[in-house]
Design a protein around this ligand. Structure first.
Ligand SMILES: Cc1cc2nc3c(=O)[nH]c(=O)nc-3n(C[C@H](O)[C@H](O)[C@H](O)COP(=O)(O)O)c2cc1C
Length: 209
């Protein structure tokens, strides 16, 4: 089948918007920021990825408005106000807390604390890390790209940052490499589905000469 997305992302026979099921799996950027007033914010973004290796840069995409408000999401407002954010890696053990932090909380609510997560201080930037996350990337905000608005007129953003500090738990390092079996990262699929990377599903492919 073929369809024009200008008509919406749920043409027959689809019963839900199909877009998130088409670009899969997606890594989850679990992004901590801090407001100008010092309130910690934590939220997951599956429109997230690493975009360059040297220097290392990542991006996440806070799209739409906070429901019932005319406000942009805290994760973009805070990154722009303070110039900093932290990527925390979501593991299988942290999946429920990650989901909890997707709640649309007012800007004065500390979502890290509300989800029962222990903060750990960052080295270079002000937003704390999720202590239980085995990987955290401290980032400085480089640029926000404003994308075309939604059909309802809501703003869409790409927030790009440069990694200025890297945390890796000793627990996930073995043989001079990050051990995916110990990391157990969670990926986002379509709808409300997720996947966890288990070692039996990992394979290597030598690059062609
Ligand atoms: C797994 C997962 C992935 C999500 N990915 C995105 C995303 O890429 N972009 C987005 O705008 N919202 C996404 N959301 C919803 C946000 O987490 C939610 O809007 C959150 O409240 C934003 O928080 P903030 O206002 O504190 O920034 C996702 C939610 C979940 C559970």
């Amino acid at each position: 089948m073929f369809f024009d997305p200008a008509e919406g992302m749920r043409p027959p026979p689809f019963v839900h918007s199909v877009f998130t099921a088409l670009v899969v799996p997606r890594p989850i950027g679990w992004i901590s920021t801090i407001s100008a007033g010092g309130v910690v914010n934590l939220a997951p973004f599956s429109y997230f990825n690493a975009v360059t290796g040297d220097p290392p840069c990542v991006m996440y995409c806070p799209n739409g408005l906070k429901p019932g408000t005319g406000e942009i999401k805290d994760s973009v407002a805070n990154a722009e106000a303070t110039g900093e954010f932290v990527f925390n890696l979501c593991t299988y053990d942290l999946r429920e807390q990650m989901n909890t932090t997707s709640v649309h909380a007012p800007a004065d609510v500390d979502e890290m604390r509300d989800a029962g997560l222990e903060p750990a201080p960052s080295e270079v930037v002000a937003p704390p890390r999720v202590a239980a996350a085995p990987v955290a990337l401290e980032c400085r905000h480089l640029q926000t790209v404003r994308l075309p608005k939604s059909r309802r007129g809501a703003p869409n953003h790409i927030v790009i940052g440069q990694v200025v500090g890297v945390h890796i738990s000793e627990d996930v390092i073995s043989g001079g490499m990050v051990d995916i079996a110990r990391l157990r990262p969670v990926a986002r699929l379509g709808y409300l589905d997720y996947a966890v990377i288990e070692p039996e599903n990992v394979f290597s492919l030598p690059r062609p000469e």
